[in-house]
Design a protein around this ligand. Structure first.
Ligand code: PSV
Ligand code: MN
Length: 444
């Protein structure tokens, strides 16, 4: 307990309703560690300024950087074997938006939600928009789902959707994507994300060329219905759920399809959708050079998984990716602003705590990438000085940038330490009280 607080103040503070998590509750909690933060920030800020960095500009960039939360990551998930509820999970779209609101209040970096249709079809558009607006949450990219059969659907996606050999199945999947666009339009979304599970489990099962051609034709049909100010984001994945071939298996395939559709279609990179040891930073870099990187899904993985907390396994790789993203944002004006999203959810952690950790890791990698001296790096590259290049990159990587992130959050009204605040305010306990224990959210 904060030693400056009286006992009754402390009790009153703890028992205020968490759903109405107020700015002043967070501000009061911040008082506990503000002196510690100020000391650390002053030390780092002064050092950086001496080296010529514009600290205020870095903080402004961190404050602006917003990452969408996928509606399906708010419950425990991430495995096809069994799901163990974390209790108090959101069971409606309203509750999912409320959870994102909690994340945003604490971190000030989660200002958007990404919906998955049909899991998240609003029953009352006006009401959900009002709720989101009150919580400062935007509706990010809408995701279609043609990897599961829907209730009362005429056709089955067992053997694929947009690539299926049956025209009737392809047509149903196309119509679904168009319906998702219409739903997104009503919410103010500006992009459609297409991830296909289509593929084959056995050699010879599919004709690769037919599957690709069908997919391309189907995507073009969807693209025709895309509003002018929208984008279509095409995701790739090398395997799973199919284990022999995936129709959109890699960035090259996605890039070809995006080019075939037109200028509003882009490739989406999901960090976990690469074979082990792929050089993701190089993929990101070249896609930005070509102006075709449209979206980004953050997660981490050790083997072939795609659901672990961002930065929990390979934080240096994440930093190198951000280094290319920052370079691209500065040097490739043809590439549009990216749709950033976390795409991870697992069984072991409280999903909201997991997302807070992911948001922190993203901010950390971004802040470190902002410290890379691009001019000096260019000079060292021109001199083929590999040692100097490494010193520059690792010098930035080794800087403890947490005081900068804290300052960015603090100036936006967030928590200095969101995990501590979340636990201190007993957010999960209050959600369980409100929603009950045995609730299960839709998700993967
Ligand atoms: C499946 O791998 C996946 O995680 C993709 O990354 C999609 O973005 C997500 O599901 C939602 O469909
Ligand atoms: Mn994804």
């Amino acid at each position: 307990m904060n030693s400056d607080w009286g006992f009754w103040e402390f009790i009153l503070f703890k028992t205020q309703s968490i759903m109405k998590l107020q700015k002043d509750q967070i501000a009061d909690f911040n008082k506990r560690s503000i002196n510690y933060h100020n000391d650390n920030f002053d030390f780092l800020g002064n050092n950086l300024r001496k080296k010529g960095y514009d600290v205020d500009q870095i903080i402004a960039k961190l404050t602006d950087f917003q990452v969408a939360i996928p509606s399906w990551a708010l419950g425990a998930g991430g495995t096809r074997f069994g799901r163990f509820s974390y209790f108090g999970e959101p069971t409606s779209l309203e509750q999912k938006v409320e959870d994102v609101g909690i994340l945003h209040k604490l971190t000030q970096t989660a200002g958007a939600v990404s919906l998955h249709i049909p899991w998240d079809i609003p029953s009352d558009y006006k009401a959900i928009k009002q709720k989101a607006e009150a919580l400062n949450i935007n509706f990010d990219s809408v995701n279609s789902n043609t990897f599961q059969d829907q209730k009362k659907a005429k056709e089955s996606y067992k053997y694929g959707s947009l690539s299926n050999v049956s025209k009737a199945v392809r047509e149903q999947a196309i119509q679904h994507n168009i319906e998702v666009i219409h739903i997104g339009e009503k919410l103010g979304s500006k992009s459609l994300t297409v991830w296909l599970a289509d593929g084959s489990c056995f050699p010879g099962q599919n004709n690769f060329q037919t599957a690709f051609q069908n997919t391309q034709d189907s995507l073009k049909d969807i693209y025709k219905m895309l509003p002018n100010d929208w984008r279509m984001l095409i995701e790739y994945k090398p395997y799973e759920p199919h284990f022999y071939s995936t129709v959109i298996q890699d960035w090259g395939t996605s890039f070809m399809l995006a080019n075939a559709c037109g200028e509003k279609a882009y490739t989406l990179v999901d960090l976990g959708h690469h074979l082990p040891n792929s050089n993701i930073e190089q993929i990101v870099s070249i896609l930005m050079l070509k102006g075709k990187l449209g979206g980004f899904h953050f997660n981490d993985s050790k083997y072939g998984d795609d659901d672990l907390t961002v930065g929990s396994i390979k934080p240096y790789a994440l930093f190198l990716i951000f280094n290319e993203l920052v370079y691209g944002m500065n040097n490739n004006p043809k590439n549009p602003d990216l749709a950033w999203m976390i795409d991870a959810s697992h069984n072991v952690k409280d999903p909201l705590e997991d997302l807070i950790q992911s948001l922190e890791a993203i901010q950390e990698a971004y802040a470190k990438a902002l410290l890379v001296d691009q001019e000096a790096l260019k000079g060292a590259q021109l001199e083929n000085d590999a040692v100097k290049c490494q010193e520059i990159l690792q010098g930035a990587y080794r800087t403890d940038v947490r005081p900068l992130i804290e300052r960015a959050r603090l100036s936006a009204g967030g928590a200095l330490n969101p995990i501590d605040a979340y636990r201190f305010l007993d957010v999960r306990g209050n959600l369980i009280k409100e929603r009950g224990k045995h609730t299960v959210a839709t998700g993967l």
